[in-house]
Design a protein around this ligand. Structure first.
Ligand code: BG6
Length: 511
């Protein structure tokens, strides 16, 4: 297997050696929760399997379940990690027997955190670990403050080696709550210890945006208002709210997707060239890009909510009919936004953001439309209207990019045809690490580049403040559509002349 993450990591705030993972203890709060089982535990196993934690990584699962013990949690781990064949199942068993432990946290009283501290110290003693600790809060957001305060009060915010705090999204639900959470975090932890997760930053294509833009002078020299007409970011999901109504009813698409994932993509596309490939320099430029965006207004946004419809020909219920959703819910499941960056590079270039659940199909892409040729000299020989070049960076379902351009179709009559140059990650590299593997490895290495800084999270909430908690009812759209009809007043419709997916696949197969 190709070793994952070949990123040369920069020096870190807490003095760790960046290229390697050191022997450490990895504490997971919410150890029996869905995220731990689906993402964190399988990713930790993959890192072990690839020899990336070969110096030793002791895992301590923590949850409220008082009846659970080491053996019980190892069984959870074995069930959570997908395996192929008996040999791998045996490897997972050996790994969990050697590395995985469990500690109940009761109701999270001070005494429970003191007991946790003793358990950690005991494990560190037994495994000879010199006080190097990561605390991963894979918890519902309402449990973040008490857990952070509990860790701090028990003196678990620092150690003889290093201590890292990993916080899942959502980080706050508006600017005030994010600032309050940041204040609490900073009461006990220095920013250099904090890893705010946005799993989109762990996707290869998202990381590749940096390489694409800053290692290829060809693109970077065109990456500005002189050559680019518009930028369109789309994250469309086929899935509905699933079993997450409790969370989603409070969040909605703006908080769930726009404030986090889409804003991170936007910042990476729009930011200036960082002075170095280094966490501080990159995060500084991302914040500057976000701060240059004019605050959103309701006039430049459309909110939608899916009604009953069809996905892949199968009937699906509307959002208000989903289990756990109020029949009068006004939570948005779709958002489209038009924004402008007030800076020299992007002045006058619209950025369109669009995301929704139960849309026509799963699609995540960044579409950069270049300006048209200034003079259309083929008017006399071809009735095709001028078409600008478009670069589409695809994140899902295939990671890679497509460049649309015009060619002369062979033979007579003289005719222009739109074709694509394409690059597909999986085709080129065969294997792609899962986002969580990349992010966990970076936490263990102490590389904060792919994590969200306190300033970024606040800049992002500030941007969307005027749109949060709107009382206007979202526009309905049938499941399986590309959003409500009103969207076309904000975001351009998809270009009918661009090749369909089938044509793209054919182009890919022929290449
Ligand atoms: C999560 C959101 O952060 O991202 C979900 O909470 C969403 O609502 C998911 O479905 C999408 O992630 P991905 O990687 O499947 O695009």
């Amino acid at each position: 297997m190709t070793p994952i993450s070949v990123t040369p990591s920069p020096a870190t705030g807490d003095g760790a050696s960046p290229q390697t993972t050191e022997q450490s203890i990895f504490v997971i709060f919410g150890a029996t929760g869905d995220l731990a089982k689906r993402k964190i535990l399988p990713a930790l196993y993959e890192l072990h399997r690839h020899g990336l934690t070969d110096k030793g990584c002791v895992i301590l699962g923590v949850s409220r379940d008082a009846a659970m013990d080491d053996a019980g949690y190892r069984a959870v781990v074995r069930e959570s990690v997908p395996t192929e064949g008996e040999a791998q199942a045996a490897d997972v068993t050996a790994w969990s027997d050697a590395s995985v432990h469990y500690q109940g946290i009761g109701n999270g009283e001070p005494a429970d955190f003191v007991a946790l501290r003793s358990r950690i110290e005991g494990l560190e003693h037994d495994h000879g670990i010199p006080g190097k600790r990561s605390f991963y809060l894979s918890l519902p957001p309402q449990a973040f403050p008490s857990t952070i305060a509990g860790l701090g009060a028990a003196g678990l915010n620092h150690s003889a080696g290093w201590t890292r705090l990993v916080v899942e999204k959502p980080f706050g639900r508006d600017l005030a709550s994010a600032q309050e959470l940041n204040r609490l975090v900073h009461q006990y932890f220095d920013e250099s210890q904090v890893y705010r997760i946005d799993h989109y930053l762990g996707k290869e294509t998202v990381q590749n945006l940096l390489v694409f833009r800053f290692a290829n002078a060809m693109f970077e020299s065109l990456w500005n208002r002189d050559h680019i007409e518009s930028v369109e970011l789309t994250v469309a999901e086929e899935l509905g709210v699933e079993q997450r109504a409790g969370y989603y009813e409070q969040a909605g698409a703006l908080r769930d997707m726009v404030q986090s994932h889409l804003t991170q993509l936007l910042a990476l596309v729009a930011m200036e060239v960082p002075t170095a490939f280094e966490a501080g320099a990159i995060r500084e430029e991302k914040v500057k890009a976000l701060r240059s965006i004019a605050p959103m207004t309701t006039a430049s946004s459309v909110f939608g909510q899916y009604t009953a419809g069809r996905i892949d020909g199968m009937p699906v219920p509307g959002y208000r009919e989903e289990s756990g959703v109020s029949p009068t819910s006004t939570t948005e499941t779709f958002v489209a936004l038009r924004m402008c960056l007030d800076n020299w590079r992007w002045q006058g270039v619209p950025f369109y953001l669009r995301t929704g659940k139960r849309m026509a199909r799963r699609l995540t892409e960044i579409r950069v439309r270049f300006r048209q040729a200034p003079v259309w000299m083929f008017r006399s020989v071809s009735d095709a209207s001028p078409q600008a070049n478009t670069l589409v960076i695809t994140l899902q379902p295939n990671e890679g990019f497509l460049l649309f351009f015009e060619v002369k179709a062979p033979g007579e009559p003289f005719r222009l045809q739109r074709l694509t140059l394409h690059f597909d990650y999986e085709e080129a590299f065969k294997t792609l690490p899962e986002a969580y593997q990349t992010l966990l490895l970076d936490i263990l290495r102490g590389d904060q580049t792919l994590f969200v800084h306190a300033d970024e999270v606040e800049a992002s909430w500030r941007l969307y403040a005027p749109l949060l908690d709107q009382t206007v009812a979202p526009h309905p759209y049938p499941a399986g559509a590309w959003g409500p009809a009103e969207t076309s007043s904000i975001v351009p419709d998809r270009d009918p002349r661009e090749p369909t997916d089938a044509q793209r696949q054919k182009a890919g197969a022929a290449a």
